[in-house]
Write a protein that binds this ligand. Structure first.
Ligand SMILES: [Zn+2]
Ligand SMILES: [Zn+2]
Length: 261
């Protein structure tokens, strides 16, 4: 594939000077970062996590064996290398997906907090945890580019911050791969997927995404990033669009896998 362009704001950013690092350390000492999940305990700075040890364990406890195709949780005796009961009858345009765990209990609560006005550090904390739990899987996919699921411009105005974008920024730093915001765009507003019956979700998104004018992915492997995967309709529609632009393979990384059943 051709070499992707250097992303603005990810590569090429000057490293902070020694003075700035010293100032950052002083601020951290005087105002220790509190865990975004409980808001009470200090983040476990030694491991680099934004969560305190208890909250990290709470979120990570749900990360178990997953279906290699759709990332749904599977039992220890199930061979899910080629799909599971949740995805065997589904046609996906993407190759495989991974998530931190199922959309329930502590992880559901964390995903809901991430969408709120003060949810930026929660989002970054979850992305870091996803990397610690599933980084080996993401690296095995050898992505060339990191692309967040885009929002329509009207939807962007109504959001406090864009969770898929914040997740993708963190994963771009972890993978040292370019974050590309110019490739995929949403061309029209759509009904909220969560408010629609499963049977209408694919129709709701049909034709809602397009590639940027000059995007030529030239056989690239793309990591598509979103917060929650439920029916896979959003990822499927994005992947179809990315492959029309020349992507050879598309993989999906999300924080949580919700059941559509
Ligand atoms: Zn905590
Ligand atoms: Zn599956």
């Amino acid at each position: 594939m051709r070499e992707p362009a250097t992303p603005p704001g990810i590569e090429g950013v000057a490293a902070p000077s020694g003075l700035m690092r010293a100032w950052g350390s002083l601020v951290d000492f005087c105002f220790p970062t509190l865990c975004p999940y409980c808001g009470q305990h200090e983040a476990s700075g030694d491991s680099g996590s934004l969560f305190c040890p208890d909250c990290e364990a709470n979120c990570a406890a749900l990360a178990g064996r997953q279906c290699a195709r759709c990332s749904a949780s599977v039992g220890p005796h199930i061979d899910a290398s080629a799909g599971c009961v949740h995805c065997r009858d589904e046609r996906f345009a993407f190759e495989a997906a991974c998530s931190l765990g199922p959309y329930r209990e502590g992880l559901k609560s964390a995903c809901l907090q991430a969408k709120m006005r003060s949810g930026h550090s929660m989002t970054v904390g979850l992305a870091q945890l996803l990397w610690r739990q599933r980084g080996h899987q993401i690296e095995s996919w050898k992505p060339d580019l990191i692309v967040p699921v885009p929002h329509h411009w009207w939807e962007r105005l109504r959001q406090f911050h864009l969770v898929p974008l914040n997740l993708a920024e963190t994963l771009a730093r972890k993978t040292h791969k370019p974050l590309r915001l110019d490739i995929l765009r949403k061309t029209r507003r759509t009904e909220k997927q969560a408010l629609l019956p499963v049977t209408k979700r694919r129709a709701n998104l049909k034709g809602a995404f397009a590639v940027g004018g000059k995007a030529d992915l030239g056989g690239a492997s793309v990591l598509l990033v979103d917060d929650i995967l439920t029916t896979g309709s959003t990822a499927h529609e994005c992947e179809k669009t990315l492959k029309l632009a020349g992507a050879a393979e598309v993989y999906v990384a999300v924080i949580a896998r919700a059941s559509s059943r």
